[in-house]
Design a protein around this ligand. Sequence first.
Ligand code: AMP
Ligand code: MG
Length: 341
Amino acid sequence: MKTEYLTQNEISAAADILRRGGLVGIPTETVYGLGANALDVDAVGRIFKAKGRPQDNPLIIHIPDVSWLDRYCRDIPQAAYVLARRFWPGPMTMVLPRRDNVPDVVTAGLDTVGIRCPGHALCRKIIELADVPVAAPSGNLSGRPSPTTAAHMLEDMDGRIDAIVDGGSCGVGVESTIIDLTCTPPRLLRPGGVTLEQLCEVLGQVEIDPAVRRLMAAGEKPKAPGMAYRHYAPRAPVTVVTGDPEKSAAYIAARARDCEGVICFDEFVHMFNGQTGKTRIMDLGACADKEEQARHIFDALRAFDHTDVTAIWAQCPDTEGIGLAVVNRLSKAAGFHVIEV
Ligand code: AMP
Ligand code: MG
């Protein structure tokens, strides 16, 4: 299959492809998504095939505004509307009881569905034009770092999808926050651009699913099936070093060898530059700027795949604000191989 490259002025072609049951790479504010008509069982099936995604990992449905919420969800608590008013359009997915019109293939047979109204105006426009809800997981091959540019998505998906719309770089850089509203207290299934602190302001108490912070034991099932998988992984094994940034930089500097890669904060790049002939450095952003770190995390992980590094060391922020999402993605990339200094 030839993958058609579409500019921002060609989104009606993208909408046509979606309506006809095709697959389209779609820019969102979080990461690029691999979209299909959520009500078309065959089209959704092709998403799983293109990604190599396990069938038991459900997809998030994307809608152009909150008025579509009760078309696909039922028994919607008041809290969902309060959250939607505050954080939609934006990087927050709500898990709610689903209506029967949502195909099993989308929800992996669960009686709930993940639903989100994306903050990216072009993305909403595509969905509006298509006039169908769009099921869209991240546009990477399963297990690989999520794409935050059209070029990164094409690295994984060229020839596997009908088209991609180039909407530039993603502003948030990590996938949406997932909040499950079918339990009490509501449960954070995946941290993202809407922070735990912001959710707590609206909801009061929020429980954090254990899969956010640690590896699941054999037989243990996280509430978001996707959180069980090794994920976001570059080809080389990753070691995350947390704690005081001065100390973690020193720890890595003492251990990183030739042909190993380093992901570090701006302030410490100089410690690795020129230290060895071959160490590769990816700059995550300034120590204090977690939004910038979130924007760069997947690009940094992906960049090492074009090199011959044999291992990757990564500095890591604390868990406050969007830091929780950065820590989660880095830890998952490392298979939770995390060292505290
Ligand atoms: P991705 O599309 O790559 O961002 O992955 C979607 C994530 O949402 C995966 O971790 C899924 O397991 C999770 N998800 C989607 N629908 C549900 C649901 N109904 N209940 C719990 N988690 C869900
Ligand atoms: Mg994904």
